[in-house]
Design a protein around this ligand. Sequence first.
Ligand SMILES: O=C(O)CCC(=O)C(=O)O
Length: 255
Amino acid sequence: MSDHILEQYKRDGFVIIRNLLTENEVQAVQGLRKRIDAEAEDNGFQDFIKGKTRYEFEKIESEEYGVRSTLRAVKNPWWNEEVFREVAGSEKILDIVEKLIGPTIFYHSSKLFFKSARGGRRKPWHQDWAYWDTMNQRQVTVWMAIDEATRENGCIEVIPGSHKNGLIKHHHAEDFMIDEGVIDPDLIVYAIMEPGDVLFFDVMTLHASAANHSDKGRLCCIIDYDSEPKPENSKHGTDTPLRNKEGEVGSLAFS
Ligand SMILES: O=C(O)CCC(=O)C(=O)O
């Protein structure tokens, strides 16, 4: 990884690496979504849990498409979906994470997230650290585009440099979010991405995504990595590092 990428990450609180995933990796995750939707169809798209992994579905209603059900999110697919683990936990991803947060890397949490065409909801402005502020602050989120992410289908939006300004107060409203009046629209950078592009962003970076009013769904893999194990009072993360301080690959913390 070039120094330029690290410098940009430190300065802006995010960086996009283009074409990091192979076509095979992208297709494998698209296949995973299709398999989950097919399985869910058989049980009427009811949410279900397998071990530590939770599968959530939603009903989308639109004039054009009527009512249809589809996957919304798989929470912590790391534990139960090998394809996800292989793509989101690959050596090339960990190599970049290591440059950004240091040589000791713990798994924290993960999500396979689908924003449906014509109805996928928006995610209001927030900082991830607000969700788990007992954690240390060296955490990176890896956001992998599996479908293209555009302004029309609700790509991630970020405020460059916002990771340096500390935590903003969050409240529960439409979602867990900040008062969005503080966002200057002129500062927003839209993370427009092709399948296979990967966005890395800091746990304090302000980000959001718009609703999807387009004809195209938006599938992504999201995974958070930490430089330290979870504190005792946190339900997040693992105690076993994926890589240790010497930079060797440790025993993977799979169940
Ligand atoms: O992928 C998205 O649209 C939003 C994801 C996000 O901000 C989050 O999970 O914290």
